[in-house]
Design a protein around this ligand. Structure first.
Ligand code: FPP
Length: 245
């Protein structure tokens, strides 16, 4: 398993609501069960030596959900950070976020910032939580920063032939992180849902029908094993053909 561990795994955690409905439970129960899965997958990532794990916890579009559900999701994030912060700190996890976090409720924002601060020297696993995240907004935020810099006199790193991918990437929320090698989506949906549109360009995609609360360590290992079997070509020809080149 040590072989070719993805440097960055991104996960669209989906299916909490359906998991609950199928059990005749309120949606809240699904989200609570989803937090348990988050804990398990963080632990598994540490055990496997995955350097970066990005979790899509709350999208910009999620504000459209009923007020009570939005509040619950914020509370669950508070609860997770309260309960886990000491362990995260001890185990070498660094909490980071992507998204416009300033729009989060004040209490949650404070908790998130405290978690980032408390873990900022850790480097075993970066737990990157997408909160109020939207990929198109991320790209526009980058473009607008660049435009502003250009107006103010110049964009560092930009030469006569324009911007490079590397320079542009430095304006994204994921600055400094490698692009995801593997994207996992639970609950069988075949969508990107405005997630990491730039960064997922070459990611391997793994979709499982399992709902997020049912997604266990074994399923995570299965996804990584499948990734390890894939022949990543990045536009080149396959390995067998290349051998005969
Ligand atoms: C998708 O299920 C799940 C979410 C939108 C929220 C995920 C959030 C958590 C698991 C809790 C807090 C996060 C952390 C990092 C502690 P859905 O509600 O869209 O499911 P459905 O499509 O079946 O309705």
């Amino acid at each position: 398993m040590e072989n070719k561990i993805p440097r960055h795994i991104a996960i669209i955690m989906d299916g909490n609501g359906r998991w609950a409905r199928e059990r005749g439970l309120p949606r809240a129960a699904g989200h609570r069960a989803g937090v348990k899965t988050v804990r398990e997958i963080v632990k598994a990532s540490l055990d496997l030596g995955v350097p970066v794990l990005t979790l899509y916890a709350f999208s910009q579009e999620n504000w459209k959900r009923p007020k009570e559900e939005v509040s619950l999701l914020m509370e669950l994030l508070d609860y997770f950070l309260n309960k886990e912060i000491d362990r995260l700190k001890k185990e070498g996890v660094r909490v980071r976020t992507i998204g416009r976090i300033e729009a989060l409720p004040e209490r949650t924002l404070k908790k998130v910032k405290a978690a980032m601060e408390a873990t900022r020297h850790n480097d075993k696993l970066i737990l990157n939580v997408a909160l109020n995240y939207g990929a198109r907004t991320e790209i526009l935020d980058a473009v607008n920063q660049i435009v502003e810099k250009a107006r103010a006199g110049g964009v560092p790193g930009m030469n006569g032939s324009g911007l490079t991918e590397e320079v542009f990437s430095n304006y994204l929320y994921t600055k400094g992180l490698p692009d995801p090698d593997l994207l996992i989506r639970t609950s069988g949906e075949m969508r990107l849902s405005n997630f990491l549109l730039w960064q997922l360009s070459y990611a391997e995609i793994y979709i499982t029908k399992k709902y997020w609360p049912d997604f266990a360590r074994e399923d995570y290992l299965k996804a990584i094993r499948e990734y390890q079997r894939r022949d990543r070509r990045f536009g080149d020809i396959c390995a067998e053909d290349a051998a005969g080149r």
